[in-house]
Design a protein around this ligand. Sequence first.
Ligand code: ATP
Length: 487
Amino acid sequence: MLQDLSKITALAKRRGFIYPGSDIYGGLANTYDYGPAGIELLRNIRNIWWEEFVHGREDVVGLEASLISHQEIWKSSGHVGGFSDALIDCRNCKLRMRADHLIENYLEANSEKLTAESFGEKNDDSSKKYIGTQKVEGMAEKYMDEIIKFHTIPCPNCTENKGDQWTGVRKFNLLFPVNLGIIEGDQSLAYLRGETAQGMFVNFTNVTSSTRVKLPFGIAQLGKSFRNEITPGNSVFRTLEFEQGEIEYFFDPEVSNWEELYENWKRDMWSFITEKIGIKTENLRWREHSDEERSFYSRRTEDLEYKFPFGFKELWGLAYRTDYDLSQHEKGSGKELRMVDSQSGKKTLPHVIEPAVGVNRIFLMALCDAYHEDGDRVVLRLSPILAPYKVAVFPLLANKEGLVARAQDVYKRLKKKYHTAFDARGNIGKRYLSQDEIGTPFCVTVDFQTLEDNTITVRNRDTADQDRIDLDQLESYLHDKISAWKI
Ligand code: ATP
């Protein structure tokens, strides 16, 4: 198990997966750019997700909603009023962090739980539910101030602040406002979307009236969301701009059993991550939200968590959200968002189950899970469907024209079918190492024997074994190996 995220961040920059955003201008905190290898991996994840959850199913249709959206959407959804984090600053070293994370990390590291005393004189009926737990997400600021004081929680970044140099905890809204047109002010205010989900709710009637969907069915979207987050800097795990893959699965609770649908989604999410993305099951777990943590409208919420080098963290959330979202938008917009059964005339306000994943978190997880050190050799054991390049082609020597020309022929042929790399720099050992580091499963070398008998060598990334095969067999060889791949 990879313990050290810095190995991933160093590899990611060195090999063109992720670069710090706005790099030559000194960087812009919590933004990242994806390089040539990174974008291939990211696109592969997106494609596999879309294949699995939209094209692969009969009951899900796709959508792509606008990133900039009407302020009323975010008022109805509750984001303008309630989508905020609790912030705290260290007066000494100026560290700014989420107060809930400060408290939770402290309690966990010290195996402490909240007691009545933790809340000091603020202890009341509403604080009772937190006693005996280590979870404070969603808690009122006044309680957090007391907890930090009572437990004398020190700054994790400096030694000066032993718990007595914190600012007060204050709320900070995560939505990014944008002003449209040339006049600033409330009239022109819109928001960059904070999640893709609202696009599915506000387009519910558009989709039902323009397609032949029938309950139960899902609307899926893959796209960017924006949150003005305070992040602890764990690479692309938490960023200001990120990509989500969300499905709103609508059903009539009088006809479908929500627990059954929920379990089906759990099964589909699990098999996607373990079988399609190829993640080791020992690094995954389900965590159910407690009553305190769960949103008030949700009947059940669970997170599929991955064991990142910085601990088990949410990868994919699954929530039964009842009819909260559609009913909020009915109220906010004044439009009816019910489905009418054409035969019985029955009107239904559907309930919804939402699986919501972060594509960039799948990306980071895939890098962490695939990272492998074999002596000095670093190998990314990505499954071939994820690997940025499926195969690399080399001439044995770069200065022998006949070898280079033949290798170019092989490269051009393979490129039509697989994303293929060509490398004639340095020696063959170095070329293998650099392909290992970006996870290329196969390296094909054209050597002098090729010119005589039309055979090439194919090297396997994980075993470093080489097979010599006839060039005419190469495509079927690769096809068979890729189809039979097991992590
Ligand atoms: P967290 O508790 O980690 O902030 P969340 O519960 O707010 O996440 P959701 O609103 O449920 O997240 O969003 C669905 C998914 O989007 C999450 O499971 C996560 O994978 C991803 N995600 C959320 N916020 C970010 C972010 N700032 N950067 C990258 N991915 C994110």
